[in-house]
Design a protein around this ligand. Structure first.
Ligand SMILES: O=C(O)CCC(=O)N[C@@H](CCC(=O)O)C(=O)O
Ligand code: ZN
Length: 380
């Protein structure tokens, strides 16, 4: 799939890369590495003419290419893929780290920023193909979860079902970049794909950091990946219950990527995140892309809070009522038989011991998830 401007959607207001404003901002980015500034300045994207990407430069043995606003590709250079494989115990990897799919979730954006500035300052030498993403620049600029539609419901082609808006356009573009990236490894051998999609949550959570492991359709949950999550400071895992329109599910289902949606705490405005709280995550992602060894503890149920998703409470109509306190945290559990919601002709009562809420939100559109219901579980 090629990413050019032949989309059938209404295209947004794209900046010409030959304009003075773009040229100046791009030079500044190369000099200073401030990807948030560049992404926010050209929030809708820009036009590149010609077949070749013209927005590439080199850093320590890697080529950096700006594919679109908020989309940066890093490809190791001068290292024969075969040599990497012969000299290293690890196979070749293609790694996506995404942030800002919800524009007000700023800590993940600042983590990706940190990785990019360290790459440009040559503090990190990237040894695996890596795609770094700030997903929704328009909603970053208005400090909202999204402008018109929730981008994290539009992947796996679900963007085709909605009216034109920035998120529809962006979902199609991001799907294209991800597909090109995972299809684009030039080495002949085995490649392992990864996609870590970083988020923060609207509410407080009983377990501050947690990850959603997308539904695997019968494939086993990968315990080494769970150990990797734990080493990133994320030891609460929620196993997905079915196909969805999330970004991580898209990569998992279509490219067999080890993929997670990772919640790193609570939503805060730019500049108000305690970045020290994300050191383990940032260091591990940095080690992953630079092929440094990461020591993992072998999987043990006792090290984790594991939850199985039971399903969604979906808001069906404007009559929807949610009986969850505004201050209730994610993973609050309720006694069996508790009435949690009512809607046109239906209600939801808990039926299982330990049944808990995640992401309760009555302010979603009809047809959208208002709560994710989970129960504790363990792995065999
Ligand atoms: O705190 C909230 O209510 C939402 C936080 C968030 O953006 N979570 C993701 C989870 C994706 C998934 O369920 O796999 C989302 O809702 O998109
Ligand atoms: Zn989010």
């Amino acid at each position: 799939m090629q990413n050019n401007n032949t989309l059938t959607l209404e295209t947004p207001n794209l900046t010409d890369i030959t304009s003075d404003s773009f040229t100046q901002a791009y030079r500044q980015f190369i000099a200073k590495g401030d990807f948030i500034a560049l992404t926010r300045q050209f929030e809708q994207g820009f036009i590149q003419t010609g077949a070749e990407n013209q927005l590439s430069f080199n850093v320590k043995q890697a080529k950096v290419s700006l594919l679109d606003t908020g989309v940066l590709l890093i490809e190791p250079e001068n290292v024969e893929p075969e040599l990497v494989k012969k000299n290293s115990a690890t196979p070749s990897k293609s790694i996506i780290i995404s942030s800002g799919i919800h524009g007000n979730e700023t800590a993940p954006i600042e983590i990706v920023q940190q990785l990019i500035s360290d790459i440009i300052a040559q503090k990190i030498q990237v040894k695996h193909r890596t795609l770094l993403i700030m997903g929704n620049p328009v909603s970053m600029n208005i400090a909202k979860r999204f402008q018109t539609e929730n981008l994290n419901r539009l992947f796996c082609g679900k963007h085709q079902e909605i009216d034109p808006c920035f998120e529809k356009y962006r979902a199609e573009k991001l799907e294209g970049y991800v597909s090109d990236f995972f299809n684009g490894d030039a080495s002949d051998g085995d490649v392992i794909n990864y996609h870590y999609d970083l988020h923060t949550a609207i509410r407080n959570s009983k377990y501050e950091k947690f990850a959603i492991y997308p539904y695997q359709a019968g494939k086993p949950w990968n315990k080494e990946q769970l150990s990797f999550m734990a080493s990133c400071g994320v030891n609460t895992i929620l196993f997905g219950h079915g196909p969805s329109g999330t970004f991580s599910y898209f990569s998992s289902a279509n490219f067999a990527a080890h993929a997670f949606t990772i919640e790193l705490g609570k939503v805060r405005p730019f500049g108000e995140n305690d970045m020290a709280n994300f050191t383990a995550m940032t260091n591990n992602l940095s080690a992953l892309v630079s092929d440094e060894e990461i020591t993992l503890k072998s999987f043990d149920n006792n090290d984790f809070n594991l939850f199985e998703a039971l399903g969604d409470i979906t808001k069906v109509s404007d009559k929807f009522e949610l009986y969850v306190a505004d201050e209730a945290s994610n993973f609050t559990n309720y006694p069996v038989g508790t009435l949690l919601s009512t809607d046109k002709n239906q209600e939801y009562r808990t039926t299982l011991p330990g049944e808990s809420i995640v992401f309760p939100n009555a302010n979603v559109g009809n047809g959208q998830r208002a709560v994710l219901m989970v129960v504790p579980t363990t792995l065999q």
